[in-house]
Design a binder for this molecule. Sequence first.
Ligand code: HEC
Ligand code: HEC
Length: 389
Amino acid sequence: MSRHSPCRWMLAGALLGSLGLSCTPPEEPFPNQDELEVLQSLHTPSALPPKDPTNKYGDNPAAAALGLRLFNDPGLSSCGTVSCKSCHDGEGRSVDTAVAQGCDGKFTGRNPPTVLNAGYSTWFMWDGRADRLWNQALLPLLSPLEMNSNAGLLRTRLSEGYAEEYRALFGKRPSEETDDNQLLAHFGKAIAAYERTLNRHDAPFDQDVRRFLAAAEAGKAEQDPAYLGLKTFVRKGQCSACHKGPMLSDDQFHNIGVKDLGEGQRGVAVAATPMLDWPFNSAGPYSDAPGGLESARLQRLRSDLNEKASELEGAYKTPTLRNVQLTAPYMHTGEVKTLEDVIELYDKGGEPVGNYAGVVSVSIKPLELTAEEKKALLELLESMTGAGK
Ligand code: HEC
Ligand code: HEC
């Protein structure tokens, strides 16, 4: 029974009242032990992303320097005008429209996410159709809607502008790299080495959580300025059911009922199968650690596709909330314009059934947040954006 519900048992109420007790038990203090553990998981990730064994160049500074130049080079696109930076700049911003424009006036099907802290993730794209940062980079390079390139164009451009750097790293000149797939994989690994340096995760939020935890330990949680925001995030809003851990993401796929009647609507349920059979996946011949953990991870997804088919229908990757102010508009469709609109969407428990494929996750339901709770949640989301690198 919540704090505000009326006494159902008037008699018991009167009896308790006569004993000086209220008939509605006071709400459990926030945070309880489980909530405390969630809060402890939220702040201050390790300074560098975990190693990626599938990319042996991942932490190589020369690879990162090459990757930076490639990231910014529109000469890699068939139209000569589109680089990675066109849609994601290295400062974490993405385009401010719902979808982005690539070569020949074509538009992407989805909203570009931030590349900041991408090295902490293990699934990429909203629907998980890449399983490592280096193989992700091949998708926009080759996509007719984005850079519309191919291995031949890549070889020419690398030979013109980067032959020495390429040879120093990979032992051959681009012109001598006769396996197109190997050339593409090397391109991706250099780009990923650069992206792995784009880490920004010291936001006001982290200081607030640290201070709040200290206050909670001293029994003064309720007096802390972050109390209502964190309580709404963790308890009433259930946000931390999915937005948890240092990146504020469980790196998993969920259906939250975002309006989508477009082609992408089935999310990971359709994207995972081709990825599992992709020669560039992390268990394939271009991975630097194809066995063991990587193939187990992919195997798990393969069995989830059968065993949890209904959960994965219309499910998308939980995005990080770090630096979320830099990437409006929101969601895979980019149709949710502001963080206020995001809160409204969750408050109503997602869009009405019929506006998306599949069934929403159990934690998505009408929240009945008060105006005060919405405001505190908004401030909390805003505090997750860091100021510098
Ligand atoms: C025309 C715009 C455009 C270009 C050019 C582009 N991207 Fe993207 N990027 C997107 C969109 C849109 C998505 C989301 C696509 C999806 O999930 O279907 C995305 C997703 C990503 C992601 C996944 C992030 C995550 O958390 O899942 C990374 C990383 C990324 N892009 C890096 C790159 C790199 C590297 C390049 C250049 C080789 C590049 N992008 C070129 C628009 C673009
Ligand atoms: C069941 C898991 C789950 C829960 C619970 C959840 N989220 Fe999400 N969140 C997601 C997923 C998945 C997406 C991407 C959905 C899509 O695009 O279809 C998302 C997207 C977002 C975005 C957009 C970020 C971007 O870059 O576009 C914000 C902001 C956000 N959630 C905040 C919240 C808040 C605040 C709460 C609590 C009120 C919450 N989430 C609860 C899984 C969840």
